[in-house]
Design a protein. Structure first.
Length: 366
């Protein structure tokens, strides 16, 4: 019987980085039997870690997963679901990771049918049902305690770390790779994330149009975001802003492509209104590329003194921050050095140990 079962059915985006870092940490630091619950398409990818694998071929965010995940984990003393779609009917200890409350805090997402029919009720039910909650920033912890009515002692903050695929590549080689992979010629600014309203890609496009209108930088904007619902509106806005040739939209990037995208960029911009953590800030810094980001939500907590901050509600503020970094070699190199130092504070070792301290507490109680 496994002491711990980890739900590993989502291995893409930032949630995937979180889950894979946990799996690697379990292999390195764990001293108890572990099982992984995953989708058939990920079985080969996870076999290398040597854990018992249970397959659950059910859609994420479905009614069926509530029954299938609970059934699959019935023999485990402890189940950790790294998202809010936890099986509420599970009998036994349940740990849940709630990364953010965007579905509650962001006005646009809060009003969507999917949010008020599924996401918001599930967030509240998961917080109520879980024996303990992990989250990824002090900002998110405050929101969870305030909006979900959870006692602060039930929530543990564990900062994200970058995966082993994130490290600096030589800038010119990275740019050559981006030209080959995504047809990006010359210098560029990069955004990484989905295209949902909370990410404020529209604000970034408006700011970039201001910057390009001043004619002071030759850069293009590379938008890496896997969101089929949001992409048409953003591409239309780019065309309206006369950024058709200056903005490049890439629906998704693999781990290697992402590393080269950060490494080849002159600047990473994250203009979000809401972020539970903001992994692109950390990933960019770890690749040696300066960051400009919102002065809101968790981002100052992650970026510390190593980012150029702006008001995400003000396109001129975003534009000014972009120009401050790109037009000043001194500021660029200062942020690069500070960013590498800041990224080194978020380690996989600390990430793993903080999780394991909670695991062991509940395994002793089981």
């Amino acid at each position: 019987m496994n002491a711990l079962m980890l739900d590993a059915r989502w291995l893409n985006t930032g949630l995937g980085t979180y889950t894979l870092n946990l799996i690697r940490g379990l292999r390195q630091y764990g001293d108890f039997p572990v099982g992984l619950l995953t989708l058939p398409k990920y079985q080969d990818r996870l076999t290398q870690y040597g854990y018992e694998i249970t397959l659950a071929d059910v859609p994420i965010y479905s009614i069926r997963e509530q029954f299938r995940v609970a059934w699959a984990a019935q023999g485990a003393e402890l189940l950790h679901v790294p998202h809010y779609n936890a099986p509420i009917m599970r009998r036994g200890n349940l740990l849940v990771t709630i990364h953010d409350l965007t579905h509650i805090l962001d006005a646009t997402q809060r009003k969507s049918p999917k949010s008020w029919v599924y996401a918001q009720p599930m967030l509240r039910l998961a917080a109520l049902r879980a024996e303990h909650i992990f989250t990824v920033s002090e900002y998110s912890k405050r929101q969870i305690t305030e909006h979900l009515g959870v006692d602060a002692g039930k929530v543990t903050v564990v900062y994200n770390a970058t995966g082993p695929h994130i490290f600096p590549e030589p800038r010119e080689a990275a740019r050559a790779k981006m030209q080959q992979e995504f047809s990006v010629d010359g210098p560029y600014v990069v955004f990484v994330g989905n295209l949902k309203p909370s990410k404020n890609v529209a604000g970034l496009l408006k700011a970039f149009a201001i910057v390009k209108g001043r004619g002071r930088i030759p850069h293009r904007l590379l938008v890496i975001g896997d969101d089929t619902a949001g992409r048409p509106a953003m591409m239309k806005l780019a065309q309206e802003l006369r950024l058709k040739d200056a903005a490049i939209f890439v629906p998704r990037a693999g781990e290697e492509q992402l590393r080269f995208a950060y490494s080849g960029a002159d600047l990473t911009v994250l203009p979000s209104f809401e972020e539970g953590f903001g992994l692109p800030v950390l990933e960019s810094m770890a690749c040696g590329t300066p960051v400009a980001c919102s002065r809101s939500a968790s981002l100052p907590e992650v970026g510390g003194p190593a980012a150029e901050y702006f008001d995400p509600y003000d396109a001129e503020s975003i534009a000014a921050a972009i120009e401050t970094v790109l037009l000043s070699s001194d500021r660029w190199h200062e942020l690069q050095a500070l960013g590498l130092q800041q990224a080194s504070c978020f380690t996989c070792e600390d990430f793993a140990r903080r999780h394991f301290a909670i695991y062991r507490r509940f395994l002793r109680e089981a």
